[in-house]
Design a protein. Structure first.
Length: 720
């Protein structure tokens, strides 16, 4: 986040305009401009401990070539190139490509060395890796070398003075007298960034661990990882892995730059492992958690056909939990519920019981102590301490299962079995978009998803104000935002949502609509207890994206946060512990015209409810939509006021704050705004749209602020 002076340095005139428009301008009287009334002693909700979170799945090369720091692509030689199937984003689908072996591996023959490489099923490393890479060297000696090269995920990144850890399984046929050299080499072969040796191979499989250190090399993605020998003979590689330094040095861990971005969001939970990725196109390609644990060389990997590329399953169940641990997030575990994307499903009975048992065991793996079968297995996998688990979700988007009663029949045995063994677990149902899908049990929480265009998001942003607190089926009914008594279950988890304007990552327009929605979520934190944006990640390299508008972008070398990332950060870093009463009048309005900019209309998404009373426009409009949105929260000594201005002009806001003994005259604003709503961040311009922090004066029980056009403002008041 920038300070005013950073902003001025980076953005020149644009930032100057911002500076001028954020200070107190002319005096507004009630009725002249927008009036905002904050009653800081009227608490309408307590902020849930897991309000702002992350949603994640293997999409857009989120882990492969993304967060999961492995640099070798196709490390167990099983990857093939599939047809892409994409349920929600058919525009992004690509036609089938031919399947071929040893993708991302190529033969190296240097200075007259000759040889060949092939996939060999006669010498498997283990049952999970049934074919190895066989290298036959017919001519090699001294500087004449033959080997294999891996091109990584859009290149192997090199950074100066950095230590890389390689791990490989290799063996040689009798008669081979040489060793193997492992190197990171520039694509043109001219520069070797780092190198290490395996002095001698044996006839049986051996694991080798090597350290490769770069010197003062150029930071570059234009490299390959190369394994060469300079003696004739036959060699096999069973598994090849290479890691750069990881966040907090976690083994089999995560990319530092992306984790730094996530840590700054202060996420409180992680919903995993999907999304469509949980379900797979068919049962065989679901996230089969038991195949994702244990040593990485014993994980078979699987075709992520939901999003059209191979998953090594290096990002397995324990890695998701390790990610939670690294960022102090609570796991929100989604379990497979016997329904896949192409409609394959099982009815309640013995076939479903297999998946119910699988889910119970998964929960035990996560949260059981060392005396349980699966808790003991987790301990053997390197994590003796159980993870705290409070939320389990049954399936993903089961409103897509349109067969009457089908989710009821599948949900019930999961619910009953989980509650019987783990009565304190909160069960989330996944069909929240269609309230009538689940009637057999009352879940603790209902998960609803929405992807909307910017006007569509803003038009719906106040929906929760009028959502019934009376239990299921209360969508759009009358009601208020009173926090006590607590609402009847189920409470709401917005498990996937985003304003889809901008690709690969959202622009400022999307971020502002997101903020409008977040103000609504926050005001209704008695009902909406968790939310997470989706998708979280996109690798911006060519061909890596399946779903447009993703929160964080990266390539092989660097990562950046989109404007929507900053909106999330601004809200999550200024939560307070209580939501307080806020009301507004004199708002600017416009008419909502369906469609608008962005890709919305997500199937089954909740429909717009009438605007709540406080926000009714002064003159009747058939589909009126306010252009400003607000929420206010507080903790013991700070009030956080969020003001979202979607209008194209600065807005003068007259603010009154009651219910505090004192309000310090000096406070702080954090503002996200640039000259154009089309502005965005990118891999080449990562800092174009970032919040600017500034001190403000003249605060008190009654004061004026002018917020910039197209902006998100957090105003921090010190007050008790
Ligand atoms: O976030 C992208 C996809 O949208 C998710 O995989 C799925 O749950 C939803 O339909």
């Amino acid at each position: 986040m920038k300070t005013i002076s950073d902003g001025l340095r980076r953005r020149g005139a644009g930032a100057l305009l911002l500076l001028l428009t954020t200070g107190p301008l002319m005096l507004a009287q009630p009725g002249n401009g927008v009036n905002l009334q904050i009653k800081a002693d009227q608490i309408t909700a307590h902020m849930p401990p897991t309000f702002h979170g992350l949603m994640t799945e293997e999409i857009n090369y989120a882990f492969e070539g993304g967060l999961y720091a492995e640099l070798i692509r196709n490390r167990n030689f099983k990857e093939t190139v599939p047809a892409r199937q994409n349920r929600q984003d058919p525009q992004q689908s690509t036609p089938a490509k031919e399947t071929k072996d040893l993708v991302h591996w190529s033969l190296v023959q240097e200075r007259g060395g000759t040889g060949s490489m092939t996939l060999d099923t006669s010498a498997p490393l283990n049952a999970a890796v049934p074919a190895s890479l066989k290298l036959t060297i017919s001519q090699a000696s001294g500087e004449q070398k033959v080997g294999v090269a891996n091109d990584g995920f859009w290149g192997i990144p090199t950074k100066p003075n950095t230590t890389y850890k390689a791990m490989l399984y290799a063996k040689a046929a009798a008669g081979f007298t040489g060793g193997v050299t492992a190197s990171i080499v520039s694509n043109d072969g001219a520069a070797v960034a780092a190198t290490a040796q395996v002095p001698k191979l044996t006839e049986g499989w051996q694991k080798y661990e090597l350290t490769l250190k770069t010197g003062n090399v150029k930071a570059s993605a234009e490299n390959r990882f190369v394994l060469t020998a300079n003696k004739p003979g036959t060699l096999w590689f069973g598994f090849v892995s290479l890691f750069p330094p990881t966040y907090k040095n976690r083994a089999n861990g995560f990319r530092q730059d992306i984790m730094d971005l996530l840590a700054a969001m202060k996420p409180q939970f992680l919903r995993f492992p999907g999304g469509n990725y949980l379900e797979g196109n068919t049962f065989n390609t679901r996230f089969n958690w038991k195949n994702t644990i244990g040593p990485i060389e014993e994980r078979p990997g699987h075709m992520n056909d939901a999003w059209g590329y191979w998953s090594s399953d290096g990002m397995g169940l324990l890695e998701y939990l390790g990610w939670c641990e690294d960022l102090n997030m609570e796991p929100v575990l989604a379990v497979f519920a016997g329904y896949s994307l192409r409609g394959q499903k099982v009815k309640a009975g013995p076939e479903l019981d297999v998946f119910v048992k699988e889910a119970i065991e998964e929960i035990e793996y996560v949260s059981g102590d060392g005396n349980t079968t699966w808790g003991a297995r987790r301990a053997r996998d390197g994590h003796p301490a159980p993870f705290k688990l409070r939320y389990v979700e049954i399936g993903n988007e089961d409103f897509f299962d349109r067969e009457a009663g089908s989710y009821n029949n599948r949900f019930t045995p999961f619910y009953d079995a989980i509650k019987a063994k783990y009565p304190n677990l909160q069960i989330i149902e996944s069909s929240g978009n269609v309230a009538t899908t689940l009637t057999s049990r009352t879940p603790d929480v209902t998960d609803e998803h929405y992807y909307r265009g910017s006007d569509e998001m803003a038009f719906n942003a106040n929906n929760y104000d009028s959502r019934s607190r009376g239990g299921r089926g209360g969508r759009g009914g009358p009601g208020g935002a009173a926090a006590t008594p607590p609402p009847a279950t189920p409470r709401v988890f917005v498990g996937e949502w985003a304003t889809r304007v901008g690709a690969p990552t959202p622009n400022l327009e999307a971020a502002i609509a997101d903020a409008a929605n977040m103000a609504g979520l926050e005001r209704n934190a008695d009902l909406v207890i968790m939310h997470c944006y989706a998708p979280l990640f996109v690798n911006v390299n060519p061909g890596a994206m399946q779903w447009t508008t993703d929160l964080i972008g990266y390539d092989t070398m660097t990562a950046y946060g989109s404007p929507a990332y900053w909106a999330q950060q601004m809200f999550a870093n200024h939560t307070g512990d209580s939501v307080v009463n806020i009301s507004a009048s004199g708002l600017p309005y416009r008419e909502y015209v369906q469609g608008g900019r962005g890709r919305g209309g997500f199937p089954g998404a909740t429909q717009a409810a009438p605007a709540p009373n406080a926000l009714v426009p002064p003159t009747p409009m058939p589909r009126a939509m306010p252009d400003m949105f607000f929420s206010a929260t507080k903790d013991s000594d700070t009030v956080y006021v969020k003001i979202v201005n979607r209008s194209a002009v600065p807005q003068l806001v007259h603010i009154t704050v009651s219910g505090l003994k004192s309000i310090a005259p000096n406070g702080k604003t954090i503002i996200l705004s640039t000259a154009s709503i089309n502005d965005t961040n990118s891999i080449t311009e990562p800092h174009k749209v970032e919040p600017v922090t500034a001190g403000v004066a003249g605060l008190g029980p009654e004061f004026n602020r002018t917020v910039p056009a197209n902006s998100i403002t957090v105003l921090e008041l010190s007050g008790k």
